[in-house]
Each structure stands twice: as C-alpha cells, then as structure tokens.
Ligand binder design. Sequence first.
Ligand code: COA
Length: 343
Amino acid sequence: MAHHQRPAVAVTGLGSHLPPRRITNDELAARLDTDDEWITTRTGIRTRHWASPGTSTGDLAVEAGLRALKSAGLRPEPGAVDAVVLATTTPDHPCPATAPSVAARLQLGTAAAYDIAGVCSGFLYAMATASAQIIAGQAERILVIGAETYSTILNPADRTTSVIFGDGAGAVVLSATRDADRPGVLLGVDLGADGSRADLIRIPAGGSRQRANPDDPGLEDPYFTMQGKQVFTAAVTRMQHSATSLLDRIGWSTDQVDHLVGHQANVRILKTLARQLEIPEERAVINIDRVGNTSAASIPLALADATASGRLTPGSRVLLTAFGGGLTWGSVALTWPDNLSVG
Ligand code: COA
C-alpha cells in the first residue's frame, strides 16, 4: 500500500476585530476604588475595549473571521473552509455552541463547527485540535477564532477583575500544505491542564453544579471570579515549563526565538516569563496596554497587532504560549508566513 505522507499545517490568514467602545482607566476609577497609577503599574493596562450592550461574542467572531478569510484570499462561501473552531469563555448561549451560528453567518455552508472552552488557553487548544484534524486528513482548511465579551461576565463591583479584562476577537486560517519547510508552518504543540485548581478562575453559577435560579439569584455567583495572586504565580510557572518542553522537543534554543507571543494576562507576567525563559524582553510582543486581557482572543489579537506594525517578518521564529482557567496551558511554535496581510 502506498504510504501517504501526512500534510503539514500552515497559517494562511489572520484577522482581528475590536469593538469600538474604548474604556480608559480613569473611567473605571470613576466608579471603582482604583486609579490609573495602580492599574498601569500592576497590570500594564491603559485602555481596553468593551462591546456595547447587545453585541455578542458571536458578533465579534464574525468580524474577525471575515477578515481572516479575506487575508487568506478566501471568500465567505460554502466550501471555503471545512471547519470553524471558536475558542471562547463567553459563548452567546450556554447551549448550543456559538461556532455553528458564526459559520452560518459567514456563509460557510455546512462546515463542521464547534466551540472550545479553554479560557485564556482556548485559542492554543483550538489551534491544536484544528491542526490535528488537518494532519489526520479530516480537513484541508480550518477557520480558528478566539472571541470574548468578558464585559458581560465581569462583576461591575469587583475592582480586581473589572480593570483587567477586555473584549475582542482574532482569527487565523490554518491550511494543509505539502511543503513542511515553508514559512508559516506549525512546528509543534504542547498542551496541559491541572483541574485540581479549577477554583482559582471560575464562574460559579450557570452550569449543572449550580444552576442559575431566578427565584434565588446568588449575588456574585453569575460573575467571573479569579484569585489573582495564585493565578499570577501559576501562570508564569506553567507557561515557562510548557514553552521549555516544546522548545526542547523541536530543537530550538531560547535565543532562536525571535518573538515570544504570550497570553496578554499582565505585563508583569509577560516580562517575568521572558526573563525566566532567558528571552530578551524586547522580543516579547505586548499589546495588553491597549486591549487588556482578552482571554481566548488574546493571542490572535497580539499576532494581528505585531503583524500590522511590521514586527513579525516572514520566516521569523514565533513561540506562542498561554495559561488560563481550568487550569489549562499550552504552547505552539511556528515560523511566520510570507505575504500575510492582516485583515
Ligand atoms: N485598584 C486598586 N487596588 C487594588 C485593585 C485595583 N483595581 N485590585 C486589587 N487591589 C488591591 C488589593 O485589594 C490589595 O490590597 P490589600 O493589600 O489592602 O489587600 C492590593 O491591591 C494588592 O493586591 P494583590 O492582589 O496582591 O495585587 P497583585 O500585585 O497580585 O495584582 C493582579 C493583582 C490581579 C493584577 C495580579 O495578581 C494578576 O495580574 N494576576 C493574574 C491575573 C490574570 O492575568 N489572570 C488571567 C488568567 S491567565
């Protein structure tokens, strides 16, 4: 029997979208016991975007998805992609998944569509499953989207979370390729989880453990909660170990990494991570100052920002790494594609 060589997977499109409403630190300080100085020095965040009431995660995902398709030279039409994978913590509804409606709104026919719930690591989990589908021959092209509207789950009275999170969406198109050496090819994936620490980041109510009960609405329960200090430490450790084990596996030394694109959780986390990986700080891509922590949208928004500013050049070595609720974490290594215009 003829041996069929497995395809490689390349990034062939990239798009992003931010809702227009920009929220400054001063606006938050007007209603919470906080100030611009605290937020800037502790998190590195200056502004974030919040969707207007009525705008959903799916709405942002459609915009980013459209731009990524265009960037890949694809029209939004049946057959353009074989699947749509949407990473989100803030789906339009608890049921069904948001990806099918996004796929329908993008006119993508009957492409497979599913959500991934990996919180801030969701986009890398989505890239991992999508690329595995392509390598297995189940799909040629997949639209992978990370989209969030954290503004809908933040407790407006909680200063520790309200100042950190933002809304937005980013997307890539992953395509099968027979040329494993071409720029843009994914070179390795590392994923991990530790559910024994699920309590550090969660929304207590609304699932089967604690149903939303209109007769007895727990005050804080429907809102996103986070133990910031413990999350900070775990984030640095897990991203460092995940990145190191992936680099070891693919044979890159840390000084071969041209761009470290970490989950934009906190600028101090990103700088500590770079230092511990012995990657010069200036190789860390940072856009958290303008978008805050956008969870599953964080990595593709950072990629889009760095591409638009001309920072990510063809063939450069890019290391993506993320950490989030679950706990979950992951890393992806790739070279940056040629001629990628960000939509
Ligand atoms: N404004 C002013 N003060 C604030 C504040 C705010 N927005 N939020 C918290 N504080 C206060 C705290 O109440 C605390 O006061 P106390 O010392 O009187 O108790 C003090 O600031 C220090 O709080 P602490 O939580 O120890 O600060 P920190 O340096 O750990 O920073 C985070 C807090 C949330 C910014 C930080 O822990 C963090 O970024 N964690 C990771 C979060 C993250 O990215 N999660 C996403 C999933 S990956």
